[in-house]
Design a protein around this ligand. Sequence first.
Ligand code: TYD
Length: 213
Amino acid sequence: MPVFITFEGPEGSGKTTQIRLLAEWLKGQGYPVLTTREPGGTRIGNGIRSLLLDVDHTEMTARTETLLFNAARAQIIHEVIRPALESGQIVLCDRFADSTLAYQGYGYGQDRAELGRLIRYATGGLTPDITLYLDVKPEVGLARKQAGSRQEWNRLDARAMAFHLAVEAGYREMIAAEPGRWRVIASDHAEQVVHLAIVAIVGAEARARLAVA
Ligand code: TYD
């Protein structure tokens, strides 16, 4: 059975590092793994990503932003995610449709039922098996991100703290509404501690769903 695992959380929650560590661990256990990220992961998606994150694009409306995220999503699902799942790989994706509901929905106050329909159109109904929420307070995450030397401060990070708090509250609501899919990982700990918590969850899922080749 294919396993599609997505990672969500506020800015600077350490998703990228944790996905890398988890992918190395899963490969070490003999599982085939593919890691990817949204927006991006394809030639078209990377073009859309630079449109979205460019700090000069201050005139971009919430609707344009929403459509661009979902255009990139449709492309990565077609080119990367579905083929990998069909070939039996575990797919680890840095952000997915929940980010649209959290940021463009709860963050901007756009209608979530409408967004749900748009997401279904973009994804063709593909949903994650498990979603890991890397739990850090938005103010901690943003401070980490600003301090990081290699990280770029982008247009979406530059939004007001009230926006980031609304996004976080949105995630909490989504987690409460669908507890079977979400796993919350306290992420204000050392990298290795967070990694071990993730391995405990994903290792058990992988053993239950897949035989090691
Ligand atoms: P990125 O630099 O990848 O940030 P992070 O490391 O926090 O994932 O930028 C992605 C930004 O895009 C991030 O601010 C979240 C936002 N985003 C949305 O607003 N909606 C979406 O559907 C997705 C996938 C991302």
